[in-house]
Design a protein around this ligand. Structure first.
Ligand SMILES: [Mg+2]
Length: 390
């Protein structure tokens, strides 16, 4: 079997109201799907993260020429070829995002050839994964009471775990470069006290048993992260996500040592080598590679194996289309150290409308893996046409 084409499908969704994290406000959600076609008519599907047109150029101009005519089932060899032939301009970031999309598409083909859903092809540890509601964003007019109502809504849907945002307090940032990280720093700003009150209100709404996580999106200094973390310790948080800048490994390790709350991260890191440093320096207690950024299922499974050698769990970051979501489900279900599935609660047609059979959560907050071959899902052509851009 040979690869005869590599194509991309850029998709974009615009929601009604902007919402924000410590990193910035957003109203648009993009996803770049990648299709790899073989001479036997099989088409594999993946998703690559990053800015649409830029990642698209990398996939089509850098990676496609390396793939045409190759056997799609030599996934490891093709992964190494893509990684090594682009090493001078790659190794981290955008190139890894592009490789991710191709890698998942190759695995989708392998699953279809083997007639097995990916999680089973990869050695299945479970066929159901626990999901957490990823919400609690900042929004104009959303105060602590509104946030508590949002949290109670997730609990009513069956979720037993929820993540919310913290850190939109630019006045307290002491490192000048961290200010540069924030888009729209003047909107939806809260004081440190208000931030703590919001987390407290959500804990109250969820009750003591639910898992509650907070995400600072890399903006705090280590000192501020420790101060806020200590203040939140009585609220029994399940993890504190990306407390400090991705490259401040020593700072993140300081936070991890100072707090009883586990530190999770970093969705902003890519590749086995990136995660090797996070692990080696004790910068994280929970690993959060993203299948559409960290270089695909191949690399995320390597990251997970390295994590297992250090008794670390994996909770893949997933905040994009249904294709990224379902790839994350297969990764999680294949791992002995898989923790929980991130299920974004913001309005996003690329997550909710893109599949003929959408992913649903049962009343226990769990998601069952599809049993069809490969990723096990089919795109709705109508939805693709509706959201396609460029
Ligand atoms: Mg995050």
């Amino acid at each position: 079997m040979q690869i005869v084409d590599v194509r991309t499908i850029p998709l974009s969704y615009r929601c009604e109201l902007p919402y924000g994290s410590a990193g910035g406000m957003q109203q648009r959600r993009d996803a770049l799907l990648v299709e790899v076609e073989t001479d036997e008519g099989l088409v594999g599907l993946g998703e690559a993260g990053g800015p649409l047109a830029t990642t698209q150029a990398v996939v089509e101009q850098q990676l496609k020429p390396l793939l045409l005519g190759e056997d799609p089932l030599l996934i490891e060899r093709l992964w190494q070829k893509m990684f090594l032939r682009t090493r001078a301009i790659g190794r981290r970031g955008l190139l890894m995002y592009a490789i991710s999309g191709v890698d998942v598409a190759l695995w989708d083909i392998a699953g279809k050839v083997a007639r097995l859903p990916l999680f089973r092809l990869l050695g299945a540890y479970r066929d159901t994964v626990e999901a957490y509601a990823s919400g609690g964003f900042y929004q104009e007019g959303k105060d602590a009471a509104a946030l508590a109502r949002e949290a109670a809504g997730y609990a009513a849907l069956g979720y037993r775990a929820m993540k919310m945002k913290v850190g939109r307090n630019p006045a307290h940032l002491t490192q000048s470069n961290l200010r540069e990280m924030q888009v729209d720093p003047e909107r939806c700003v809260v004081s440190l006290e208000e931030d703590l009150a919001r987390v407290e209100a959500v804990r109250k709404a969820l009750g003591p048993e639910a898992k509650l996580m907070v995400d600072a999106n890399c903006v705090w200094s280590p000192a501020l992260a420790i101060r806020m973390g200590l203040a939140m310790e009585p609220l029994h948080l399940y993890w504190l996500e990306e407390p400090v800048a991705t490259d401040d490994l020593r700072g993140s390790a300081e936070v991890a040592r100072a707090l009883s709350i586990p530190v999770a991260g970093y969705e902003t890191e890519t590749s086995l080598y990136g995660f090797r440093e996070l692990i080696a320096q004790g910068a994280v207690d929970i690993l959060q590679p993203d299948v559409s950024r960290a270089a695909g299922l191949t690399e995320c499974r390597r990251i997970a194996s390295l994590g297992q050698a250090f008794n670390l769990m994996v909770a893949p970051h997933s905040f994009s289309s249904a294709i990224n979501l379902v790839a994350s489900m297969h990764l999680l279900a294949s791992l002995p150290n898989g923790l929980m599935l991130e299920l974004d609660q913001n309005p996003n047609g690329l997550r909710t409308d893109l599949l003929k059979e959408p992913i649903t959560v049962d009343h226990g907050g769990c998601v069952r893996l599809p049993e069809q071959p490969g990723l096990g899902v089919e795109l709705s052509q109508e939805a693709v046409d509706r959201y396609r851009v460029g």
